[in-house]
Design a protein around this ligand. Structure first.
Ligand code: GAL
Length: 636
């Protein structure tokens, strides 16, 4: 596969006489793709049924004639004012019961059936207009589902939808009462219409009630996406894509991805470090403030490769300072190239920069583009030009399955958000920290969904924090010759969010008798180095004890190749244990210097330096914010 580059463009933001020059310059930069249209509804249909396609026809023609491949976005993330006037109750409602207003974007509630149909109608109109246009090579459906906290809504339409969803799932109120355990606190229902959304209760609502609500809302995102896809398919044969985000876990991306050909995501490494990596220390953030976290992008590249069944892109790549994080410094020179190359080494088919020219007006006027508002080259453009040059001589990129995989499961995120049992317990973070330790050991890692029923030829699979087992995953584990590490907190609930009769984890011949969450300043040392942090389980094992605390409390137990890890460990603990188990599986590891990471593809590997200073790996020096490709005979 030969990776290519692209850019996000808003012809409606610029006078028509600039378009041809812009297109020419994009091509001269070495860009192949241009994404347009995703916020342009008010210019395409200013009044219901009154379409003004001509300007977009012209833009597509100019971009296509210049030789660019157009990705056309459906504009449902920005319903114009008349749509809201038509459906005043389509606005989403927050957890406090406050209605969110028109005046920015993503103001719709996923469960509003009127708006869902309206969005599908508009998507179909676009597909009819452009489905046969040779310049259109892909479609983006909506824009960043869940951005600005918009998956969950507590509206009237959500309430009606939830009641129907529950009635279908449980068939009778008594079945629901049993599944939720509503005898507790006299919460029993005798009609589905008595059931409310789980917000605004006096104290916490039943966790089973919450979990079903979270499943329902995730299903609404799936249905909303599917409605557009189904409306467009008859008219458009191009691949359909959505642009997902970093650490957005409110809906099941794997299920949405099943209706699309390609997954993509929007990668803003420095914004993420400041905005979403809240657990990192100030010292860590200061060190990486102009580069981003060295594992966060990689994690999402690997996650979305799985969501896209192997086909994935970066739809929006940070091109310079953003406007939306608490602090918005300038990337170190070289980082835009590094981020691009890193994505490519993880298998991205396309990396597309956001955006072509910085807008001098409205909400994102402080957000960089490849060009400055006066059209001069910004640093982003300088680096995009350099990447395009390098790609021309890089040759084919061929991704191969990794020896090591880790399971990521959205439902487990919801379960442990609902019932963290300790402030520090966050599922994403648990998985991410295990992933970070594996990367620190120089490993390639694949991410798999919890519905995987086959681990292929892999040698080591990690299943941390899985709320409940399912038949597929059981099958995969049962038929796997390699080594499995589950835990902590794996298999400790039933699907209904209750404690299983066996107490869990139903794995590695051990039972969990007690659990404890730890204060941030409490650590429990392991006998051989490293510490327990945040979460500890007390095991009753009938299996071999591999690791203990200094007080001889079992931490890692094994029944053959099936391991259970009872606790959340610090990086030192994870790295030591994972590297021992990799040795057993003949997976080669190394101790990468902090901030230096590597990723192998067929025949070569990319070594990257996220540090603001030069670093060294095996005697080879890599400059600050720099990278190099090395030939390899075999992976890892
Ligand atoms: C993304 C979004 C873009 C733009 C960008 C700014 O989340 O998809 O439309 O807002 O952020 O960084």
């Amino acid at each position: 596969m030969k990776p290519t580059l692209g850019v996000c463009y808003y012809p409606e933001h610029w006078p028509e006489d600039m378009w041809a020059e812009d297109a020419k310059r994009m091509v001269a930069t070495g860009l192949t793709w241009v994404r347009i249209g995703e916020f342009a509804w008010s210019r395409l249909e200013a009044k219901e049924g009154v379409f003004t396609w001509q300007w977009l026809d012209k833009a597509v023609e100019i971009l296509g004639n210049a030789g660019l491949k157009v990705i056309m976005g459906t504009p449902s993330a920005t319903p114009p004012r008349w749509v809201v006037d038509k459906y005043p109750d389509m606005l989403s409602v927050d957890i406090e019961g406050k209605t969110r207003k028109f005046g920015s974007r993503r103001h719709y509630c996923f469960s509003h059936l009127g708006f869902r149909a309206e969005a599908a109608r508009m998507a179909a109109a676009m597909a009819k207009r452009y489905g046969n246009n040779p310049a259109i090579h892909a479609w983006q459906i909506d824009n960043e589902y869940g951005c600005h906290d918009t998956t969950l809504s507590y509206s009237k339409s959500a309430l009606n939808g939830f009641r129907n969803w529950l009635a279908q799932k449980y068939q009778s109120p008594s079945a629901l009462n049993h599944a939720w355990g509503n005898i507790f606190w006299s919460m029993e229902y005798d009609d589905f219409d008595q059931i409310e959304l789980p917000n605004l209760t006096v104290t916490e609502a039943n966790p089973s009630h919450w979990l079903d609500y979270r499943r329902f809302m995730s299903d609404q995102v799936v249905a909303f996406n599917k409605a557009q896809v189904q409306a467009m398919r008859p008219y458009a044969a191009q691949p359909f894509i959505h642009n997902y985000m970093g650490r957005i876990t409110d809906f099941d991306h794997f299920t949405v991805g099943n209706d699309l050909e390609i997954a993509s995501w929007d990668s803003y490494p420095m914004g993420f470090l400041e905005h979403v990596l809240s657990e990192e220390t100030e010292e860590w953030k200061a060190h990486f403030s102009n580069q981003g976290d060295p594992d966060f992008q990689a994690f999402h590249h690997d996650l979305y490769r799985a969501v896209g069944h192997g086909r994935w892109w970066v739809m929006e790549q940070q091109p310079g300072p953003v406007n939306w994080a608490p602090y918005n410094p300038i990337p170190l020179d070289g980082m835009i190239k590094l981020w691009t190359m890193e994505a490519i080494a993880h298998g991205a088919e396309v990396v597309s920069y956001f955006r072509w020219r910085q807008a001098p007006f409205a909400q994102e006027q402080m957000h960089a583009g490849l060009l400055r508002p006066d059209s001069a080259n910004a640093q982003g453009q300088i680096e995009a030009l350099a990447v395009a040059d390098e790609l021309a001589s890089l040759g084919d990129i061929e991704h191969e399955d990794s020896d090591v995989a880790i399971i990521f499961d959205y439902e487990s995120q919801w379960a442990w958000e609902i019932q963290p049992q300790g402030q520090g317990f966050d599922y994403f973070r648990l998985v991410f920290e295990q992933y970070r330790a594996l990367r620190h050991l120089g490993l390639n890692v694949d991410i798999l969904p919890a519905t995987a029923n086959d681990f292929g030829a892999r040698k080591l699979v990690l299943i941390p924090g899985l709320m409940a087992w399912n038949d597929n995953l059981r099958h995969a584990v049962d038929h796997f010759d390699g080594l499995v590490i589950t835990g902590p907190r794996t298999g400790l609930k039933t699907k209904n969010m209750q404690i299983p009769p066996t107490l869990g984890p139903d794995f590695a011949s051990t039972t969990i008798s007690r659990v404890a969450s730890l204060r941030p300043n409490v650590t429990i040392p392991l006998a051989n180095g490293g510490n327990i942090i945040k979460w500890q389980e007390i095991l009753e094992p009938n299996s071999s004890i591999i690791e203990t605390t200094t007080d001889n409390i079992p931490v890692l137990v094994a029944d053959g190749k099936r391991h259970y890890l009872s606790s959340w460990l610090d990086q030192e603990g994870y790295k030591r244990i994972f590297s021992d188990l990799c040795d057993q599986q003949k997976i080669e590891t190394m101790d990468m210097p902090e901030g230096v990471r590597q990723r192998a593809i067929k025949g070569k590997k990319l070594i990257i330096n996220y540090n603001p200073h030069d670093s060294e790996l095996n005697g080879v020096s890599i400059s600050a914010a720099g990278y190099l490709w090395q030939e390899v005979r075999c992976r890892n």
